[in-house]
Design a protein around this ligand. Structure first.
Ligand code: AMP
Ligand code: MG
Length: 332
């Protein structure tokens, strides 16, 4: 039998091309992307894997469960009930107790800058509702006194308080941790979740390179990217949520010593950690503390961070892999 070499090679090439094409179609079929409105923000779930759609479904359910328990603004949540109705012996999940304990630890280590009992002051400003306003100075001072007198009692999973609690500075990060647990079950090849600017990376990219996460300069433009493997990249900044009155911007992160929006040299603080809850609480605390004290707090933990100042200087921890893409910004 005579073998036509040319013909055989062509047949092999065609077969090879068909196999590649099937692969591409197969991978495309396993690609999932969805955007939703949850936790008062837009969240995007993207990833590739056989059961990525199921993972996304479970992540959304987990977020709903977190909100049903921990949202201080949802009038049907357990925390709302504790804050406004029962005040004592409200039974919470282990997750909630974990976040209370972590919040208290960060409060202690930040000298009170991170304080979940600031809810009455946050309410005065109207953040979390539809009618933000600038409160009177004497109202702020009186309410701050209330906050300082807040006692939180935890007995096993029962919580009591004479004040009002708000996990807004830590719960979204924790939702990322829950999402990671779910991704671990379904094992997609990779996933990138964006929970209102909190980025959660899972697995590894098809081309084997690290995930590159952009950091906003506070005006909607990326000034730098950090390269990470599996990580939570969480940013706090006044530009993320604010209202404007008489030409002045009032943002949502409160300085626990003044009761006013935190004002210092910072535009934003980004924290990178295996723990989303920790990164979230630290980024909020550091934004309140400012550059110097914020860095001191960061150095107490095994996390990486990026501090962006108003004069376009970028301060980081040594272990970070950062690339500044906008030449107006300088790495210190
Ligand atoms: P983040 O966006 O994570 O920095 O958190 C900001 C949210 O945390 C606000 O919208 C409030 O719900 C809450 N918050 C504001 N100021 C503080 C503070 N000093 N300590 C703890 N939580 C705060
Ligand atoms: Mg936070």
């Amino acid at each position: 039998m005579k073998i036509n070499v040319k013909k055989t090679i062509i047949i092999f090439l065609i077969l090879f091309a068909v196999i590649i094409a099937i692969d591409v179609i197969f991978l495309q079929n396993n690609y999932y992307e969805g955007t939703f409105f949850k936790m008062d923000t837009n969240i995007t779930i993207r990833g590739e894997g056989e059961n990525m759609d199921l993972a996304a479904r479970d992540i959304l359910t987990a977020i709903d469960e977190i909100e049903a328990e921990m949202s201080a603004n949802n009038i049907e949540s357990k925390l709302y009930k504790l804050n406004n109705i029962s005040k004592e012996n409200e039974l919470f999940s282990d997750d909630f107790i974990y976040l209370l304990n972590l919040s208290e630890e960060i409060k202690k280590n930040s000298g009170g800058a991170f304080n979940i009992a600031l809810k009455p002051v946050i309410d005065l400003w109207g953040f979390g509702g539809n009618y933000p306003k600038v409160p009177k100075d004497n109202e702020i001072k009186a309410t701050l006194q209330e906050v300082q007198n807040t006692i939180i009692e935890v007995d096993a999973n029962n919580v009591s308080t004479n004040g009002k609690l708000d996990l807004g500075g830590i719960a979204k990060g924790f939702a990322g941790d829950k999402a990671r647990e779910i991704l671990n079950i379904y094992s997609p090849s990779y996933a990138i979740l964006d929970f209102g600017g909190n980025i959660i990376t899972y697995g590894s990219k098809p081309d084997g390179t690290e995930f590159k996460i952009g950091i906003d300069n506070g005006e909607g433009n990326i000034f730098a990217t950090v390269s990470v493997k599996e990580c939570n990249v969480i940013t706090s900044g006044g530009y993320q949520r604010y209202f404007e009155k008489n030409g002045v911007k009032y943002h949502h992160i409160i300085d626990s010593t003044t009761g006013y929006p935190a004002e210092n040299e910072l535009i934003s603080v980004t924290v990178l950690s295996d723990s989303g809850a920790l990164a979230d609480a630290l980024s909020t605390a550091c934004y309140v503390l400012g550059l110097e004290k914020g860095m001191e707090l960061i150095n107490k933990y095994e996390v990486e961070s990026v501090f962006l100042t108003k004069d376009k200087k970028v301060y980081t921890t040594p272990g970070i892999n950062i690339e500044i893409s906008d030449p107006e910004y300088t790495l210190q």
